[in-house]
Every structure is written in structure tokens, then in C-alpha cells.
Design a binder for this molecule. Structure first.
Ligand SMILES: *Cc1c(COP(=O)(O)O)cnc(C)c1O
Length: 338
């Protein structure tokens, strides 16, 4: 048995999800004729209280399309220094949109309205025009932390005042929703565009959605085609997404519960120097000089436990749909032996 804690993207569809996929009615989505994709888009838009949505192959694409639609070349966007759009999308902010990023050091990936306000450029010819604010919720690189609704509200108010669109990288927004006291509708109200991933905690094999108003999604559809993301009979994939939204949201709590149990063990291990608070399903910790990330990875290999080396002394574990209580027991046992 392999215990794969590298990411929540490693899950595989179960029988029920595969059955839903095989049964899906499909058509050519570039002609808007795939009934299953249309149904998924309607469902996702409604979930966040928006008018429309667009099915795309990846969360990188939904984020990059949003950035392209909200900006002009030469503009600047504001985001946290740990954000996925800046760190893990291949430099797409600059190569796809000709935009630069103003990076803010947030509190575990969460930036505040005050910080954003300080970094909005005044209207001088020699400064780049600030034209977009991007938040991430939950924050991957900062250990799955999530925003408080009040902090999002303040950011939204500022953005409205300054006429700046606000985009959410919500690759793991459902992890935030099951843990916090706000709903998808609450979130929807505060963002002009939202990217959600079906292939992370929700367990679908492929797919992300970009959510927004009709005019924005019309523009986004054109950009998706230009980026090469116009798919044909992809309703087979969308069916997995519908299944995931219907069945796999509330169970994310189990992933969080298991992550917290791993956190508790790591907290008492002498080889752990520090660990980021575990708020959802991501565990990031630093090793003392007993191990490097590489030697720790090697040490877990004989037990078939896979992890992500996140830095020279830093490890990331992510819990997910295919990580069971039996696996958790093994992991806890092994971590105590290290
Ligand atoms: C995974 C992820 C994405 C999108 O990744 P894809 O692999 O392109 O689907 C975007 N943002 C965050 C925070 C992520 O973790």
C-alpha cells in the first residue's frame, strides 16, 4: 500500500464517480453544446450566487484567464508573496498578461485591506497602474490557512472604493467553507471572479471553474479558446465535477481532522523544529538538523509514505479523499519511530 501525502491532487475517481462519468450526455463545448458541462457551469455559478461560470482544464488556467480579463499589459496586480498565481503558475502573470505583481507579506498568506491600500499606486505616469487584487483561500504555501469573512469584507469595500476588481484563487475554497462560519454565497458576494478546483480536495480527476458575471465569463470564454482550453466532449470530465460537488464537500472535515492528528504527533517529535498551525488539510513543518527534507523523504520511503519536500528543511503533507484512517494509523506509527 502506498500512502501518498504529496498533494490532494493524487486522488483517483471511485466507482460511483466513474459511473457518473460514463453515463454523461456530451456534445461539443466549443459550440456550447455539452449538456453536462452546461449543467456544471450553471450549478457552480448558482453555488456562489453569480450569473455564469466557465469549465477549464486547470486552476492555473482559470486564474490566468481571470488575470488576463481584469488587466491590461503594463498593469500591476496585488497579491501575497506566497500566492500560487505568483509562485506556481510558471510566470504566467507576466507572460500571458504582461502584468507585474506587487507582493505583500501577509499573515500566513492572508493580506489585509490596510496593506493593500498602502500598495495601490497613485495615478502618476511613471508608476504601473494597479488594476487587480488577488486573494487565495485557503493558502496552499502558507499551510492551508483561511480568511475571516470580516477581513474579506474590508478588502472588498476598499476595492469598490478604488474601483479595483477582486479575484479569488479558491482552489481549496471548500476546505475554508467547511471550517469557517461563511457560505459559498457569502464568498460569492465579495469577489468579481472566483476560481475553484474540482481536482484538489473534491477528488475529481480534472477540472476547474471560473465564476463571475455574464459579461466577464463571455470575455473569459474567448481567452480560454486563445489559451487552448476550449475542449470538445469534455462532459465526461464535468460529470466527475458534478459528482464531486454533490458528494465530496462535507467530508473535507475528515481530512482536516486527520491532518490535526498528524499535527499533534509532530508537535511532540524532537526532530520537528516548528510547524505551521494546521487549519485545514495542509501540514507544513520544519526539521531540525537531524534530517534534511531529502533525507526525511528517504527515511519514509521504506514505509511507502510519500511527501513533498517544500524547502531544504521543510516538509509538506496534504490529507485527502484517498487517505484513510488505516493509513493515518500507519503514518502516526512511522512518525513516532523517526
Ligand atoms: C493547485 C492550485 C491551483 C491550480 O492548480 P492546477 O494544478 O493548475 O489545477 C491554483 N491555486 C492554488 C492555491 C492551488 O493549490
Amino acid at each position: 500500500m502506498i500512502i501518498d501525502l504529496r498533494s490532494d491532487t493524487v486522488t483517483k475517481p471511485n466507482k460511483a464517480m466513474l459511473d457518473a462519468m460514463f453515463a454523461a450526455p456530451v456534445g461539443d463545448d466549443v459550440f456550447n453544446e455539452d449538456p453536462t458541462i452546461n449543467a456544471l457551469e450553471v450549478k457552480s455559478a448558482a453555488l456562489f450566487g453569480h450569473e455564469a461560470a466557465l469549465f477549464c482544464p486547470s486552476g492555473t488556467m482559470t486564474n490566468q484567464i481571470a488575470i488576463k480579463c481584469h488587466t491590461q499589459p503594463g498593469n500591476e496586480l496585488i497579491c501575497d508573496i506566497n500566492s500560487h498565481i505568483y509562485n506556481y503558475e510558471g510566470g504566467g502573470i507576466s507572460s500571458n498578461s504582461g502584468v507585474q505583481a506587487k507582493l505583500i507579506q501577509g499573515d500566513r498568506g492572508r493580506i489585509t485591506a490596510e496593506q493593500i491600500e498602502q500598495h495601490i499606486n497613485p495615478d502618476y505616469d511613471w508608476l504601473s497602474q494597479t488594476s487587480l487584487v488577488c486573494l487565495e483561500n485557503t493558502v496552499n504555501r502558507a499551510g492551508g490557512s483561511y480568511y475571516k469573512l470580516d477581513d474579506i469584507k474590508k478588502i472588498k469595500q476598499l476595492c469598490q472604493q478604488k474601483h479595483l476588481p477582486l479575484h479569488l484563487d479558491g482552489a481549496r475554497i471548500f476546505n475554508a467553507l467547511v471550517e469557517s462560519n461563511y457560505t459559498s454565497q457569502d464568498i460569492g458576494k465579495h469577489f468579481d471572479s472566483i476560481s475553484i478546483c474540482l481536482s484538489k480536495g473534491l477528488g475529481a480527476p480534472v477540472g476547474s471553474l471560473l465564476v463571475g458575471n455574464k459579461a466577464f465569463i463571455k470575455k473569459a470564454r474567448r481567452v480560454r479558446k486563445v489559451f487552448g482550453g476550449g475542449m470538445r466532449q469534455a462532459g465526461f470530465l464535468a460529470a466527475a465535477g458534478i459528482y464531486a460537488l454533490d458528494n465530496n464537500i462535507t467530508r473535507l472535515r475528515d481530512d482536516h481532522h486527520r491532518a490535526k492528528q498528524i499535527e499533534a504527533v509532530l508537535n511532540s517529535m524532537p526532530y520537528v523544529e516548528s510547524i505551521l498551525p494546521v487549519d485545514t488539510n495542509i501540514i507544513i513543518f520544519n526539521l531540525t538538523d537531524k534530517y534534511t527534507a531529502v533525507s526525511f523523504e528517504e527515511a519514509l520511503k521504506p514505509y511507502n509514505i510519500k511527501l513533498a519536500a517544500f524547502g531544504k528543511q521543510t516538509i509538506r503533507f496534504v490529507t485527502h479523499l484517498d487517505f484513510t484512517d488505516d493509513m493515518l494509523a500507519i503514518v502516526i506509527d512511522v512518525l513516532k519511530k523517526m
